[in-house]
Design a protein around this ligand. Structure first.
Ligand SMILES: NC(=O)c1ccc[n+]([C@@H]2O[C@H](COP(=O)([O-])OP(=O)(O)OC[C@H]3O[C@@H](n4cnc5c(N)ncnc54)[C@H](O)[C@@H]3O)[C@@H](O)[C@H]2O)c1
Length: 358
């Protein structure tokens, strides 16, 4: 590993970003890690408590869509590596406000690419964190990286659009990009709008787990430490211009997931599990499952280390031990429109820069 690297992590205060930042700051004490984040509603400063006093970590509170700010960072900070995670990520909200998702996920990515490509200091890697959802709902077998993209929700469409911008920089400028497409990631500190913490939060408040529709929707879940390992490996061994799926063989129907969490958290017999389930109407497009293969990543040496049994036990325990981490969890249960208005009002999509620590 090279020493004295400067790494810019966008969205480093979010769920995956905060785990990545902690890992980078603690493992690479000779690297400078800069986190560029608006500190949107889905962030807690507490996610980065373990590193906030470290001299090799700094947070710039700012918007990736702000070209003045982003150009300034690339002109002054000698950035070697970008992990680009900043995004609007809540699929349900993307149906309500697709233009907001377009602005951050597509235009924001474009702003970063442009600034990074024109920076006086040559960038070593630009790693874009995309999603398996760009493939759309898949058939029975796993999709590899050459499969066509058929995003079928606004969130996935913006991620796919951003990918095309990223790849165009490789095609046009041989700009050293790598794209990852990951399954659902879970673990401690994930905001309570995502399915596992949402179920845990509802159960904690003695409310039922709400399941959208009655069709057998299922998801693959990868533990966050394994997702971070994949990103770090790709920084070392990934081939520029390439796309890598980051997947797990573990798949679970959402109804089974709810049942498992109900049994664990409420400690009830099978006969009473249904009392904690409620079926609600589907969202506009229902994706049944996203099967992917990740042989390409495995050829570089990556293996999933954390089993579902270990990962979910650790995650449930973390939410039980940190019940007040997301102080406003009650607000997450509001209808989407109201929730999204709240996001717009408080998201801090600011043009000002707030350098928290250097
Ligand atoms: N969580 C998953 O299951 C999953 C799976 C595949 C891919 N991804 C991708 O990984 C990335 C991170 O996902 P996550 O689950 O950690 O999301 P998250 O919602 O927890 O975090 C997103 C982060 O981006 C920041 N952000 C939003 N708009 C910004 C802006 N304009 N400027 C700067 N920062 C901004 C937020 O404040 C937040 O810290 C996303 O790009 C997402 O598409 C996530």
């Amino acid at each position: 590993m090279e020493s004295n690297r400067t790494v810019l992590v966008t969205g480093g205060s979010g769920f995956i970003g905060s785990h990545l930042v902690c890992s980078l700051v603690l493992k690479h004490t000779d690297w400078r890690i800069i986190n560029l984040d608006t500190l949107d509603y889905c962030c807690s400063r507490r996610s980065l408590q373990a590193v906030e006093d470290r001299s090799n970590y700094s947070l710039i509170r700012g918007d990736i869509c702000n070209p003045q700010l982003v150009n300034h960072i690339f002109n002054t900070e000698n950035i070697d590596v970008v992990f680009h995670l900043a995004a609007k990520t809540h699929v349900e909200s993307s149906f309500e406000s697709p233009s907001c998702f377009h602005r951050v996920n597509v235009e924001g990515t474009q702003v970063l690419l442009s600034a990074a490509c024109q920076a006086p200091h040559t960038l070593h890697r630009f790693i874009y964190i995309s999603t398996d959802e760009v493939y759309g709902a898949g058939p029975g077998q796993g999709l590899d990286e050459t499969s066509p993209l058929r995003p079928n929700n606004p969130y996935a469409a913006t991620k796919a659009a951003a990918e095309t911008h990223v790849l165009s920089y490789w095609d046009t400028h041989r700009f050293p990009v790598i794209i990852t497409r990951s399954n659902n990631v879970y673990g401690p500190r994930q905001y309570t709008e995502k399915v596992i913490p949402r179920f845990l939060s509802l159960l904690r408040n003695n409310r039922k787990c709400t399941i959208q529709g009655t069709l057998p929707k299922s998801r693959h879940f990868l533990f966050v430490a394994d997702a971070v390992d994949a990103l770090l490996l790709l920084l070392e061994k990934g081939i520029v211009g390439e796309v890598y799926n980051v997947g797990t063989s573990f798949e679970i129907p959402i109804t089974h997931l709810a049942r498992e969490l109900i049994k664990t958290v409420k400690n009830v017999p099978d006969s009473q599990v249904k009392d904690w389930l409620e079926f609600v109407p589907d969202r506009p497009v229902l994706e049944l499952r996203y099967p992917i293969t990740c042989d390409k990543l495995k050829q570089l040496g990556w293996r999933e280390k954390v089993t579902w049994t270990e990962g979910i036990r650790h995650t449930v325990k973390w939410y039980q031990d940190n019940p007040d981490f997301w102080w406003n969890t009650e607000e997450d249960q509001r209808p989407i429109t109201e929730e999204f208005q709240h996001v717009m009002d408080t998201s801090g999509l600011c043009s000002s820069t707030d350098r928290i620590q250097t």
